[in-house]
Every structure is written in C-alpha cells, then in structure tokens.
Design a protein around this ligand. Sequence first.
Ligand code: FES
Length: 104
Amino acid sequence: MVWMVACASDEVKKGAIKRQRLDNGDPIGLTRLEDDRVVAFHNQCPHAKGPLTAGKLHGEEIVCPWHFFRFNLATGKAEGTPASIMHLKTYRIDEKDGQILIEP
Ligand code: FES
C-alpha cells in the first residue's frame, strides 16, 4: 500500500469539489461530506466519461452533468439505476497532520 499526499486538509471543503491530478495521471475530485469525511473519486463518469467534477453535489451523491446518473461518493455505487453495473472508482483516503493522503 502506497499513500501519497493529495493536498492540504483545508483545501477540501464541504459543498465544494476540488479537482486534482494524481502523480500517476489519474484525474480526481475531492470533497468533504457533511460528517467531515473526505472522499475522492475518479473524474470520469463510468457511463460515458463525463466530467463528474462539473456535476452537482447532493449529500453523499454527485450527479453527472452529462446524463444525470447519480453516484454515491463514499461507495462508488450508481444510485437510481436498476441492476446497474456502473461503478464509480473511489479512492481510500486518510487525513492526518493537516494533509489528505490518498491511495492511488
Ligand atoms: S457520462 Fe455521466 S451519466 Fe452519462
């Protein structure tokens, strides 16, 4: 398990999405949920690669701006689609010493 520093903790705020590119090239988004957990997700919708960081946040979910599928940011599960095989890639996060660490 290799962790890398994604950014400083105070750069990730509730109700906002921080866009970032990891050292391995993965485009990601980060946000802070109402219960203070930080979540990170791949910035490509699993449906047709829409830019999820341009979507709207609703609690633990994000709504894709292209075709409006919803994804749970904590689990990556597509919501409201029957028996969907779509799954949003999410990343393990740790927050310590004022930094957000991510496992790419
Ligand atoms: S590209 Fe996201 S719902 Fe279609």
